[in-house]
Ligand binder design. Structure first.
Ligand SMILES: C[S@@+](CC[C@H](N)C(=O)[O-])C[C@H]1O[C@@H](n2cnc3c(N)ncnc32)[C@H](O)[C@@H]1O
Length: 328
């Protein structure tokens, strides 16, 4: 996916495998090689033509260009065609069912970025907890939801240390089974994985007011725009007061990149912001993930809140200048 752990655009007119940095392909049990190893090309004809992100063109992993996201979605899921949309989701899950249930597998062969990813997430999470939760969350019973959790990589390496309970949501059964095994030996009575939901995000409604943090990383690209908005709208009521969403995803430089193999899209920053706005969410804080290999997509973390963030002073320091801000 666009979890990409993908590679950068090159001038070739099609995606090709990443021979240049000699990375080996990610482990799969299916015959088709996973798309994470592909480079993406940079075109110029479909660069930003208007300010509406939905009107900005994009391309797919086979090099086909689209004039707009609307055009791409019309082709992929039709208009009101439930059969086509169901197939889109089935194909996405089938792709992951063919991937080895390991860190390397869920990271598209880039298992070695795990440490940098977790470190970036931890710094971001700590800042947010300090600012958003009463007493930074100390002496409270904290609960998180790990969406599209895969084998529980993020829960195991990060969330379980900060939250008393973590629920995992993952549509691929074999990943969730491995997550259960991986998490059986970590944590403690007071820091544990509680629920394992084997269901896709577009069908999930979390329990009301259960979560302090809902973590969505490298999985929301599987959702159509409408299901993206519907999910966050349902999930808003599941946050406790002071709670927040973290969305951590790859970014397309412009428009979007459709992955024909795993049936996901990589959206651009303006595309995300427009969807967050449609969800009625406020952008509280953003950070760029540092330390990933250059050939990968840029990765950004967004913290989103239901409540309106307080106004900031104009004299705020440069390092804090990207927060909090209303999505424009
Ligand atoms: C690149 S992996 C990332 C796993 C995990 N978030 C991590 O960072 O280790 C993408 C995950 O999204 C899951 N996924 C695919 N379609 C999904 C959907 N419709 N809803 C939720 N998760 C989905 C896949 O099964 C897979 O576990």
């Amino acid at each position: 996916m666009s979890y990409s752990l993908y590679s950068p655009f090159v001038s070739a007119g099609y995606f090709h495998y990443n021979h240049q940095n000699h990375t080996s392909p990610p482990p799969t049990t299916s015959a088709s090689p996973p798309s994470l190893y592909r480079r993406r090309r940079e075109g110029s004809s479909y660069l930003t033509r208007s300010l509406d992100p939905m009107e900005v063109g994009g391309l797919d992993s086979k090099g086909k260009t689209f004039r707009s996201a609307k055009e791409m979605w019309r082709e992929e899921i039709g208009e009101g065609d439930e059969t086509k949309k169901t197939q889109w989701y089935k194909d996405g899950v089938s792709y992951w069912e063919g991937v080895e249930a390991s860190v390397d597998g869920v990271l598209g062969g880039y298992g070695h970025v795990n440490d940098a990813d977790i470190l970036g997430s931890e710094v971001f999470l700590r800042t947010l907890m300090q600012e958003r939760l009463v007493n930074g969350g100390t002496n409270q019973h904290l609960v998180a939801l790990d969406c599209g959790s895969g084998i529980g990589r993020i829960t195991k390496n990060l969330l379980i240390r900060y939250f008393n309970e973590v629920d995992l949501l993952e549509p691929v059964e074999q990943f969730l089974d491995v997550a259960r095994e991986n998490l059986a030996s970590v944590g403690s009575e007071t820091h544990k994985a509680t629920n394992f939901f084997c269901v896709p995000l577009q069908e999930f409604t979390p329990a009301a007011q259960r979560y302090d943090v809902i973590w969505v990383q490298w999985c929301i690209g599987h959702l159509t725009d409408d299901d993206f908005v519907a999910f966050f709208n349902r999930a808003k009521g599941c946050l406790k007061p002071g709670g927040f969403f973290v969305v951590k995803e790859n970014l397309a430089k412009t428009g979007f990149v459709l992955d024909k193999e795993d049936h996901s899209i990589t959206r651009s920053d303006p595309y995300y912001k427009q969807l967050f706005r449609r969800c009625g969410l406020h952008l509280y804080l953003t950070r760029d993930q540092k330390g990933l290999p250059q050939e990968l997509f840029a990765v950004k973390m967004y913290a989103l809140t239901v409540d309106t963030p307080p106004k900031v002073h104009k004299t705020r320091s440069k390092t804090r200048s990207n927060r909090p801000q209303i999505i424009k």
